[in-house]
Write a protein that binds this ligand. Sequence first.
Ligand code: TEU
Ligand code: CA
Length: 560
Amino acid sequence: MSSNWWQEAIVYQIYPKSFKDSNHDGIGDIKGIIDELDYIKDLGVNTLWLNPIFISPQIDNGYDISNYYAIDPIFGTEEELELFIKEAHKRELKVVFDFVLNHTSKQHPWFQEALKGPENIYRDYYIWEKPKEDNGLPNNWASFFGGSVWEMDDKSGEYYFHLFDKEMPDLNWENVEVRHAMLHIAKYWLSKGIDGYRLDAFIHMAKADLSLNVPDTPEGEFAIAEEYYANLPKVQEYLAEFIGELRKIKPDIFILGEAASATCELAKEYTDSNRNQCDTVVSFRYFPERVVEKNDKVPESLLTKELDVSAFKETMAEWQAALAGERYPTLYWNNHDMPRLVSRFGNDDTYRDESAKMLATVMYLMRGLPVLLYGEEIGMKNLVSHDVSDFQAPEAVSYYKDMLAKGISSKEALARLSSVNKEASRGGMQWTEEANAGFSTVSPWSGVNEEQLYNVREQSQDEESILSYYQALLRLKKESLFSEGAFELLPTSDASIVYRRFTEDKEALVIANMTDKICPIEVYVSLKEYDIVLSNLTSNSDNLKELPPYGVIVLIKNKK
Ligand code: TEU
Ligand code: CA
């Protein structure tokens, strides 16, 4: 038995803006989530992570917060939020809030005060630098959202630092008052009864010496250089202080850290329970990809890529080994910052159901904590765009024009843009086959795919649906063999993945074809010994010699 509840967490990520609109303004809201709690419970998850819902100018969909103590009216009222926590708990669903601690909105009162000048007591809540002697930028570091990390404040003639949008200035964690203020916020929502936090972009809390330049950058250009502003040792100190204080008031708090660029070595440090670090982290390193085709007409970032299956297997085996014992990796295929799994790693056309089921099985039956993105349980695909005006980013529009000029069809250009669009996975949840997929009675803020079979209503009535399969898969996941059993990857060709999970008295084999071609089963299994407990095959053949495209099969045997 696990000693902490979160060791058996199965997390469902809700992007509140896109989940369910209850008041007909095209934006999902808390009331909408409350209305669907029974659906979520039936799915078989036990923990809800909500992307930020606090007051925000919504420059970055709520990751730019101007008041941490209040819910943004687009999502509802404080009473509704309290009701949501209560109703979730009634169904034994834990609640995890997103905690944005690297930056605030420019509109946050602290920053508005800081703008009053270098003498203001809030000035040091943020990071400021004077121009270099020749009036230049302090250094050539690049913001993740494009351009420099530095933005001039004309009034004082100083620059402030922003790793993300210029509307999102970075907090200065060196300042003890910032640390106390952030802790105060975190304690406030804990006192409202929530169960944990997802720490947004925490790996960037500490920055290197701000006078350093990235060497060898062409003049006037900026360079992303994580060695200066990601994963610095100080991050672990800030974490220890922050999380240590929270654990004093809530010893079983669940801390899910977002550590995009963490290697598995770093992930081990970030989950060191002896030093009050996170409980688990999400790294973006799970998915080594390779370019499928060379195409001079298409910009590098839009080239079609596919999962490098053998590198993926190695990576996952490495994480499984490194985070064994007391540690638990996260298991996920997508989130709100990435394209949807079935479009990116499966086939959202000919083999949509097969690939959706196979991918979920392969990932979630490893050892660790599944983190599902709303809608993947019904096989939602990337948001389909019909017009270039659907893309807000200016670079998307210029790529599009470039591609047309180079002779690429408008349909293909749009498809390529859709697959890398930041909004690709943020489409309205598909509840029914009605207008706007039943997400809202009006046109949703981010668009929605209207589809006949890929909606909750349809799939709840179909035992063969992706939804029914996810329910069976999550039931299986709760067995101790899958929550606690050891993991071993078996060597097979690049087309397939085969692994074993085992305890003293039981053993499971997960065998999957990760391609759209028939592939041989490369391990010998006798059905006299094993039972098939889950599979996406239409007919269960007793000849276990090959798997159809994206086929998957899970077998269990008792050892005694
Ligand atoms: O994303 C953060 C994130 O992915 C970066 O921290 C990452 O380290 C960087 O891009 C380098 O790979 C989170 C949210 O998930 C995202 O939606 C927000 O836009 C962002 O933080 C800012 O709050
Ligand atoms: Ca609404």
